[in-house]
Design a protein around this ligand. Structure first.
Ligand code: GLV
Ligand code: MN
Ligand code: MN
Length: 410
């Protein structure tokens, strides 16, 4: 039994490697929504789903889905899954590991007559790397789609509408991806923690209590470009110096207020070494356990940016591009995950909130959700050094299976 589990865990890790080879950049893993690499990843995952005994289809939003019927056809489904898109220069486990664990667990139930169907979903877009707005795959499934998203553009000016068509999807059919609450029993996702709590405590698995709420903004500081030699300091309107003040303030306020603020992207225009920066575009990602804290921090950061701009004689603009509210995991599903973890020999499972965002934040609109976290080395994630231990993958497989069993016998 232990040997079989070890074999399955190695297969899951080999498949993570195989998926990681599908990248638009040969030197850095990046696989974005509706790209040729997304197509190749969906095809590969669909083959693994079929090999596990699932019937497969790609839904109208590009999510790759598979289904194993329960003791009679057509029963509501317990959804298992995660996402297969990545951030730029990603690790190989964020999202992908959750999809592959779900397929392996579903395979364990092939032929079992469960009181619900099992469905595995590989969400098309959780990160928002291509179009700025995240959770597009899971929001389509949950039916919380906004039609103004069709006009979102990627870095090449391609709209989401065009990208759907280029991928072979018909935007008019999108509503057929929507799922109704009566079709779903719940949603379970296994995911690396993406933080150091488990690793620091030398523990393998945890149950997630809630997922942090997040908001993302595009910020713009507009000053005046000018000659780097000829323009005296008291006549400069340096957009980069002003943006830098704002960035430092974001860190200071985030620490003071107990929220998590990050500026991950900065674009300086016109970008000449001997030209004073005239315009800076930068991003803000702001998260907190509670939405009120998140919103209070956003308000204070934007006020402070306005005052930096007016003190320096510049203009500041902001545009919100993404918002997802904090989500509390379902108590019954959480209890099942805890039972699953206990079955691996951990009598007192760790429980904490997820600082990272997940597809469950969208799926919760149509089904109760819960999550199982696995330790990742040093808590490192969104980085090529993401790493998991094979023993933790084994424990996750057994805990995941036991969670499904607990729900089946509830
Ligand atoms: C998703 O990985 C996120 O940004 O939390
Ligand atoms: Mn991620
Ligand atoms: Mn993820």
């Amino acid at each position: 039994m232990a040997e079989a589990t070890a074999r399955e865990a190695h297969l899951v890790l080999d498949r993570c490697d195989e998926l990681a080879s599908i990248s638009s950049d040969p030197d850095h893993l990046v696989r974005v929504h509706l790209s040729p690499e997304h197509r190749a990843a969906n095809d590969l995952v669909a083959g693994w789903m079929r090999e596990a005994g699932l019937s497969t289809w790609q839904d109208a939003a590009g999510n790759q889905c598979g289904r194993l019927e329960g003791r009679e056809p057509g029963l509501p489904a317990l959804l298992l899954g995660s996402h297969i898109d990545t951030v730029p220069d990603a690790g190989r486990f964020d999202g992908m590991l959750g999809v592959l664990l779900a397929i392996a667990v579903a395979k364990r139930f092939a032929g079992a007559e469960l009181p619900f169907a099992l469905e595995v979903v590989a969400f098309s877009d959780e990160e928002g790397t291509r179009f700025g707005t995240a959770l597009l795959g899971s929001r389509a499934l949950a039916g919380t789609w906004h039609d103004d998203w069709w006009n979102l553009t990627d870095a090449d000016g391609i709209t989401l509408f065009e990208a759907f068509q280029d991928f072979g999807l018909d935007p008019a059919r999108l509503p057929s991806a929507f799922r109704r609450p009566e079709q779903l029993v719940g949603y379970l996702e296994a995911h690396i923690e993406q933080g150091p709590i488990l690793d620091d405590a030398d523990r393998q698995l945890a149950v997630v209590t809630s997922i942090a709420g997040a908001r993302r903004f595009e910020l713009t500081m507009i000053g005046q470009a000018g000659h780097a030699g000829g323009t005296p300091f008291d006549r400069r309107k340096d957009a980069l110096v002003a943006a830098s003040e704002v960035i430092v303030t974001i860190e200071r306020l985030s620490r003071e207020l107990g929220v998590i603020g990050t500026v991950g992207r900065v674009e300086v225009l016109p970008g000449g070494v001997n030209v004073i920066p005239g315009e800076v575009h930068f991003s803000l990602d702001l998260r907190a356990e509670f939405d009120d804290d998140r919103d209070d921090a956003v308000r204070r950061i934007l006020e402070s940016a306005e005052s930096v701009a007016s003190r320096r004689g510049l203009h500041f603009r902001h545009r919100e591009i993404y918002r997802a509210d904090a989500v509390v995991c379902d108590l019954d599903l959480r209890a099942a995950v805890e039972e699953g973890i206990r079955s691996t020999g951990d009598a007192d499972p760790m429980a904490f909130w997820s600082r990272a965002g997940h597809d469950g934040m969208a799926v919760v609109a149509v089904a109760p959700i819960a999550m199982l976290f696995l330790r990742c080395k040093g808590g490192i994630s969104h980085h090529p050094d993401e790493s998991v231990r094979v023993g933790d993958v084994e424990a996750a497989l057994d805990a995941y299976e036991a969670t499904v069993r607990a729900l089946a016998s509830a």
